[in-house]
Design a protein around this ligand. Structure first.
Ligand code: XMP
Length: 519
């Protein structure tokens, strides 16, 4: 359990609930998201939150059986902030009235101060320009306030857009303060947490010390193994755990022969040489490439790689002898049990390479020291632990590696060509100072040979595609708008420097409808 002051977010299934948590973490406030149906009155009391936020959600409180907050949310006496559906739940449960069938409102709206108010309580500092721009997204609306509440701000379509019962520390809004389209939303959240007495005790330096203490407590003097992929998450987890328990940790880095140029050397140098972390470097490229020989179906490729990875990891982990724990770089977005329209958990794309199925198979317990962190916090923790900035800022790299950037059959020849072309593309991006503006960039080698002319000779070589996208979380993406000069220069360099490629294309597909990887 965390020892920080806690803010509880009750999730009613809004698409943007995670943003509330991110905004709060930016304010150095520790918060946890819990789906409304997992919370009981006793659970809320046991958590002893210092304040509670009720999220938005897709349902209508006027529908019978629609979600409600545990009554303890309002009975424990801590400040509560209701957002959108959260506002309607608050009104419904405290004696107000909500109606559906009014004009639904989505998008930008402007809130004006109600007569006699000019921003009080958590709304202090607003209305400097006479009105506040906000992002609305609701079908129902509150038509009668619960006893004790008054209106602070109003819009033509949402007369009760900002409401408060100052004496009880209850606040609610009909819009979303957590999204960027509500420019001063952060002020409201900041006022709320300051008023609730949060001292900003959630910092990465503090978290590091606390995580180390917890790892020591959990593990005792047992051995831990950690599968390293070379990605940020498993690397930060490994360095943190090593700080906590030293050589009780052994890392296993499986080289499946599908890594990028210089990647294996970089990972080994960092862990073994810089950090002195015991590391098994398992070169299993013959095994993987052997089993992938002649396979061109994308799903079959993934299944083979996944199966072999588990076998190989298990084999090498046995060398450690008697490990009781498996470390994983699981992040908070993978853990949150969100509520979707259908009531099931919402879909999450996992960008880290999980050692799926291993804990049960090997009878191992899990150590997951990043379970409470968002990706940007993991990067901050990595900096705190002294990992090189170049390593922390690396683009994500998928578990199946170059296999899914080599449509069709995988051969060593194609992989060699691909590695070289990829290295030139990344070098170009770095030289032009674009690396940090891009979420992910790579080359895919296409299963097509095309005719070209070089010098006086005819060539018949592979075509490749450059892929570079911007994205926030990998779930949606846009292609990166390189200049024509950049693309021309890169194509020339690849064709001149990489034997085996005589044609370069640029993939300008967004996601959706495309995916980032080619397979
Ligand atoms: P797609 O291609 O689905 O990729 O748009 C979204 C993000 O996920 C990464 N990715 C994977 N990561 N194992 C991983 O660890 C996988 O099997 C896998 N497939 C895709 C991809 O690189 C991108 O960042």
């Amino acid at each position: 359990m965390t020892q920080h002051q806690l803010l509880l977010i009750v999730d009613f299934g809004s698409q943007v609930t995670q943003l509330i948590a991110r905004r709060l973490r930016e304010l150095n406030v520790y918060c946890e998201i819990h789906a409304y149906q997992t919370l009981t009155d006793a659970a809320v009391r046991d958590m002893a939150p210092r304040a509670i936020i009720l999220s938005g959600g897709p349902d209508s409180v006027t529908r019978e059986g629609s979600p409600r907050a545990p009554q303890a949310v309002f009975d424990t006496g801590v400040p509560v902030f209701g957002i959108c559906y959260g506002q309607q739940v608050m009104m419904q449960q405290l004696g107000g009235r909500v109606e559906s069938g009014h004009h639904a409102e989505y998008g930008r709206a402007f809130i004006h101060p109600a007569p006699g108010h000019n921003g009080d309580g958590i709304f202090a500092g607003l209305f400097a320009a006479g009105r506040e721009e906000v992002w609305m997204s609701h079908g129902d609306r509150v038509t009668q306030l619960a006893p004790g509440f008054e209106v602070i701000g109003t819009s033509p379509n949402a007369p009760l857009a900002m409401i408060a019962d100052e004496s009880r520390g209850l606040y609610a809004v009909q819009f979303h303060p957590e999204v960027h389209h509500t420019p001063n939303g952060r002020i409201m959240l900041e006022n709320f947490v300051r008023m609730a007495g949060f001292t900003g005790d959630w910092t990465m330096a503090g978290y590091r010390d606390e995580a180390i203490r917890r790892i020591r407590e959990q593990v005792g003097d047992a051995k831990v193994i950690c599968g390293l992929s070379g990605g940020v998450d498993s690397s930060v987890a490994a360095v943190l755990i090593h700080e906590a328990i030293g050589d009780q940790l052994t890392c296993v880095f499986v080289d499946h022969g599908l890594l990028r140029q210089g990647e294996a050397e970089e990972v080994v140098a960092m862990f073994r040489d810089n950090y002195n972390i015991p590391l098994i470097h398992a070169d299993e490229s013959d095994l993987f490439l052997g089993e992938l020989d002649g396979v061109s179906d994308p799903e079959t490729k993934r299944k083979i790689i996944g199966r072999l990875f588990i076998d190989v990891f298990q084999k090498h982990a046995a060398e450690v002898g008697g490990a009781e724990f498996l470390a994983q770089g699981t992040l908070y977005p993978d853990v949150i049990e969100s509520v979707s329209f259908t009531g099931g958990p919402s879909v999450t794309i996992k960008s880290h390479h999980n050692v799926g199925g291993l804990p049960e198979k090997m009878g191992l317990k899990l150590v997951e020291p990043l379970r409470e962190l968002f990706k940007d916090e993991v990067r901050a923790l990595g900096r705190e632990l002294g990992l090189p900035a170049s390593f922390i800022g690396r683009h994500p790299f998928p578990g199946p590696g170059l296999a899914i950037r080599c449509p069709g059959e995988i051969t060593r020849e194609k992989l060699d060509i691909l590695r070289k072309a990829d290295a030139v593309f990344i070098d170009q991006i770095r030289r032009h100072g674009l690396y940090d503006d891009i979420w992910q960039a790579f080359v895919a080698i296409l299963p097509v040979r095309t005719v070209g002319v070089m010098g006086d000779g005819r060539t018949y070589d592979f075509a490749c595609a450059l892929r570079a996208v911007t994205s926030v979380d990998g779930m949606t993406a846009d292609y990166y708008p390189f200049t024509h000069e950049f693309l021309g220069e890169t194509a020339t360099r690849i064709i001149n420097e990489v034997r085996g490629i005589n044609r370069v294309t640029y993939d300008i597909t967004s996601k959706p409808p495309g995916t980032i990887e080619w397979e």
